[in-house]
Structure formats: structure tokens, C-alpha cells
Design a protein around this ligand. Sequence first.
Ligand code: FAD
Length: 461
Amino acid sequence: MAERFNVVVIGGGPGGYAAAIRCAQKGASVALVEKDEMGGTCLNRGCIPSKALLGSVHFMTLARHAKLMGVEVGQITPNWTAMQKRKDAIVAGFRSGVSGLLRSNKVKVFEGRGIVPAAGQVRVDGPDGGSTVACDKIILATGSAPIQIGAFPYDGQTIISSTEALSLPAVPASMVIIGGGVIGCEMACVYAAMGCTVTIVEALPQVLPTEDDWVGALMAKELKKLGITCLTGGKVTGVDTSDQGAVVHVESHADIPAEKVLVAVGRRACCDSETVQALGLDMNGPVVKVNRRMETSAPGVYAIGDLVGTTYLAHGAFAEAEVAAANATGGNEEMQDYSLIPRAVYTFPEVASVGKNEKACAAERRQVVVGSAPFRTNGRSVCHNENVGEVRVIRDKATDRVVGVTMVGAVVTEMTAAARALLGSREPIERVCFAHPTVSEVLKEAWEDAFGISLHVPPRR
Ligand SMILES: Cc1cc2nc3c(=O)[nH]c(=O)nc-3n(C[C@H](O)[C@H](O)[C@H](O)COP(=O)(O)OP(=O)(O)OC[C@H]3O[C@@H](n4cnc5c(N)ncnc54)[C@H](O)[C@@H]3O)c2cc1C
């Protein structure tokens, strides 16, 4: 007889492993099916390896500024191979940590591809053949993969995705990055810092196109300081490859030669067609359609994370995992407002935002007041020689509530929870005492400016 579980989760990325552990903590018997490495995209070819490399090159950049800080150091010599080894060790450490967590929460892990042939059944096609388990509920968390462009598909050597870009054996002399979104800009920072000549080609009028115009303009200026060329409004029409590398053709622009071409134009949900068909799942274009309880159209089947195309963020998957796990174990929860899930970009400087930005407010025809405060007048930022950028706080005039915060600057990704706390009415925040000197004081300055009561920003006329 087939082994039986209360819940089977398919996919061991941040959405899947978080859902499995939460279900187990709520007393359910749980199995998790993973066909590749535990930890999914985030741990193995996304958040963590990219931040490990960004951490190394950030450290190198700080070291290069040592003299300015009054510290004499010898020659700074980056060692890409050592950086790669460090990154791999970090990933391996966290990967065994996730497996250990699943074990200690008594989640049974099956290695192999999980397919749902019918409600209440999951078939595992594993290295040792196939087996089928029975279950009451299923949580699909099969994630996403890089979007491929038909006219210039990945060859894994010259035309690469973010997966290969994280593990290149050597730093190329030149790289064209197609797509100036989060992944494109983060990888540009890594390779430019390592001495590679980087050109970003972005079809829309600004890099980081989903952020406000001022963020795109400021980021383009800072990327330029790192030696990165940003070609915005540029449409790539083709890529020719040869033994020497590639030539990238851009509409109304001279061809750009490059040793590597990184295509970073977004990600696409990995929906198992057999499962989709067997369950007759309703789709929303390429992603699985869910309601706010993370329920699919098939009773007892939930879907979360990149598979449902809501945030394409690990912490978005975590948040959805909490809701699906609660509902799969007898609870009754709904996803919060998605705009409250913070967005974070780990470029130099970083970008972070939560709530609505100015573009969204304009689209909704909201009358707003935008308060701002720069890092150049923040004590801690100046002392640390990391004083580029500013914070903007958006107040809705009609409700007198803060509806969004956008920040560009060093370590702003660490301030998203504090920025989230600013959303809403003014009373609870007015009395919060920020330690001095701290980087986060900029948040309070911008917040005060939005209400016209700033201590350090001159009053508006
Ligand atoms: C370069 C890069 C950098 C990123 N940086 C960040 C960041 O800094 N912050 C952030 O929040 N997000 C970041 N992301 C996005 C983040 O990685 C994803 O949003 C997140 O991993 C999605 O989690 P998930 O659980 O939905 O899917 P995934 O992490 O993709 O996991 C899905 C898992 O399911 C498995 N699977 C698929 N099909 C099956 C099947 N049929 N049977 C069994 N297993 C299956 C896969 O092998 C995979 O392990 C980054 C992504 C990339 C590519």
C-alpha cells in the first residue's frame, strides 16, 4: 500500500521547504519531493550565491578606499577562484542546514521529480525508479527558470543565464548584459568590480524599470562610476557567436562585441505539464492561478512562490508558504497586500522599497507629498564613507497616511522592516526614538519631511 502523508510538498526551494517545515510544526505528517538540490534557486543559483559574490567584491571595494579612511593597506588583489570557492562553501553550508532542518522537523524527503497524476496522489520519479505516495493535501512549489529568448538561445558558454554567470571559471574581459532589472544590475556590479567591461542593454527607458524614475537615474549614474555602460531604450535584435565570443546587435546602435552575453530578462514559472493537465489547473498565462488562500482550482492543492508569479522573490515565497501551510493544516489565512512585501536590490548602492512607489501612486491618481532625506547629511553614512543616495517617503494627502518608502543607499536592504513600520498613520512613528548616529535616521528625516516637520531638512516653501 502507498505510504500516506497529510501533506506532500513538491519543490525544495524557499517556498517548498518553508511550507513543509511549517506543516510539520503544525502536527502534520509531511513529505517533500525535490528533483535537484535542496534549497532551490534561491540557495543554489540565486539569492545566496549572488550575495556571496557581491559580498566579496563589496569588501574589495571598501579595501580600495582604505587610504581615504586613514588606513594603509598593501595592494588589493582580487582572487576570483577563491571568491568562487567561498561562495560554493557558503551555499553547501546552508544546503546541509536546510536538509538538517527538514530532518529535525521529521519531514520525509523524496529525491526525484514529483508528478501529480490525480488528486491525493504524488508519483516520484527518482534515481531508484518510481514510487507513489498518497496524501490529503498537496503544495506545489516548483519555482521558475530563466526566460530564454528564441532568437538567441542559451548555449551555456557564450550566451549564458544567471546560473552560469554565478559560476564562470574566469572573469571575462567583456560582458553584455541583456536586461537592466535586478539580476542584470547585480551581476553587472560583480563583474565590473572584477575588471570586466560591462554593458547593460535595457529595452525600457531606465534600468530597474519597475522602480521610480529617480531611482533609475541615480542607479545609472552610480553604475557609470563603476565603469558600467547603460544603454537604455535599446532593443537587442540578435547575437552572433563565434570562437572569439559574441557580437550583440542593438537596434539603432553600433554592434557591441563581448566575450560573454548574459541574458537576464526575467524568469518563467516551472509548471509540470503532466500535473497541470491531470489536475486541470486553471492558469494565469504561464503561471498557476491561485486565490488569496494560495488555493489552486483543484481542491486540496495549493501553489506558492515563483510558480504563481506574484513576487519572484524568496521572501514572497516564504510569505505564501506560511499561508498555504496554515490552510493545508486546517487554518484559514489569506495573503497580505503584495505591495507590503519589500523589494530589495543588492547593487552598489542598494535599492529597497516597500508599499507604493511614486509611479504606482500616479497610476492610481493619488495626491501625494513626497518627503526626502539624503545620506550625505547622515552622520553615520558620512563617517563610513557610504553617503550616496536618499530615502523618499510618500504620504497620501487624502488619508494623511504613509503609503510607500523607497530607499537608495548603502545597507538600505537592511532597513526594509523599519520602512514597513512607517506605513500607515503618523501617531505610532512620531514618538519612535532612532539611535544616533545610525543610517536609519535618514528614514525618520524623510518621514518627517513628508509631514513638513523635518528637523534637518529646510522647510518647503
Ligand atoms: C541570480 C538570482 C538572484 C536572486 N536574488 C534574490 C534575492 O536577493 N532575494 C530574493 O528574495 N529573491 C532572489 N531571487 C529570486 C529567488 O531565488 C526566487 O524567487 C525563489 O528561489 C523562489 O522560490 P520557490 O520556492 O518558489 O522556487 P525555487 O527556489 O525555484 O525552487 C523550486 C524547486 O522545485 C524543484 N522542482 C521543480 N519541479 C519539480 C518537480 N516536478 N519535482 C520535484 N522538484 C521540482 C526545483 O528543482 C527547485 O529546487 C534571485 C534569483 C536569481 C536567479
